[in-house]
Ligand binder design. Sequence first.
Ligand code: HEC
Length: 317
Amino acid sequence: MTWLKLVEGFMPMQMLFELTLCVGLFALMSYLLKKNGLAIPMFWQGVLFWLFIVLYLKYRIYPPIPFSVRAIYGTVALVAVFLWMSATEADWKKFKQPILNVMDAVTPFHKHLRTGYLVGIPLLLWGFAYSSLVPSQEEPIELRTVHPAPPASTKVHGKTFVLQTSSNPYRVNPEGKYDQEFTNSLIVEQSMGRLMKPTANPWDPKAEGYLKYVREGGEVFFQNCHFCHGDNLNGRGLHAFAFNPIPANFTDPGTIAQLQETFIFWRVAKGGIGLPRESFPWASVMPPWEQHLTTDEIWKVVLFEYWHTGYYPRTWD
Ligand code: HEC
C-alpha cells in the first residue's frame, strides 16, 4: 500500500492517527450492525481486530518491519485484545462462549468442527515439523575460470589479430618502434601512491608519443570504464557492487599484471559475452567494447591501465 504516502519524519504520528481512525470506524460499524440486529460476536471482534493489526503492520508500514519485530508487536496486540475481551465478566463470558461451544460439541455443527480440529491441528504441526526437518537441496557450486585460455587469434573491426605476434601499436619509443623497455622505463612503480617522473608526465600538453597515447587512453577510460572499474582502477566504481562477479581490480597483481597485453586487448574487445566455454557461466557484465570503441581506442586504454597501475604487461616467455 504505497499509494498512500507515509510522510517522512511523521510516520509514527501518522500511524497512530490512522490506527485511531480505524478503531473509531470499527466501533461505529460495530454499533450500527448491532443496532440493526447483526452484532458481531465478541470472539470474532477480537480475532478480526487482531488480524487487522497484524496485516496493517505487514502491508501498510514501509520500509517493511522485520518479522521478529512484527512478532513482538503482534504479541503485544494480542495481549491488548485479551485485556479488552476480559474487561468485564460478561464480555469474557461472551468471548469464551464460541470456544466452549466447540469443545462441548453443543450442536452437530460444533461436533464436526471439533473433529476437524482434532485431526487438522496435529496434521498442521506434523507439516511444520516435517518441512523444517527435511534436508534442502543446495545450489550447485559454480566453478569459473577467471583468466580463460585466450583464442589463438581474434577478429576486431574486420582485422585479425594473432595474439602471440600482435603488439600494442602505441607502446613505442620516440622512433615509433614497439619498445617495451622504453615504455617500462617511463612507468614509475606504484606502491604508496604514484611518483611521477617530471620528464614522464602524460598530462603535460607538450607530451608526445607514448605519454600522449597514455593520456588519450585515460580519456577513454574516464569516459567508459571508471563507472565499473573505479577511478583508481581498483574495481570499485560507482556501479561495481551491483554486479557479481564485481569488475576486475587492475591494481591487484592477479589481473592485468599477470597477463599479456594482447590478452587484455582481446578481453576488452569481446567483453563478458565473448568469453570461451570454460568460463561458463558467462556471468561477467564486462561489455564487448568493440561495439563502442575503435581498435585504436582499445589499445590506448589498455596502455593507460598499465601506466596507471604501474604494472608491465607480461611478455611471451
Ligand atoms: C558494466 C561494468 C563494466 C564496464 C563499464 C567496464 N568493465 Fe571491464 N570488467 C567488468 C567485469 C564485471 C569484469 C569481469 C570480472 C571477472 O570476470 O571476474 C571486467 C573485466 C575486465 C578486464 C579483464 C581483466 C582480467 O583480469 O581478465 C579488463 C581488461 C577490463 N574489464 C577492461 C575494461 C575497460 C578497458 C573498460 C572501458 C573501455 C571496461 N573494462 C569497462 C565490468 C565492466
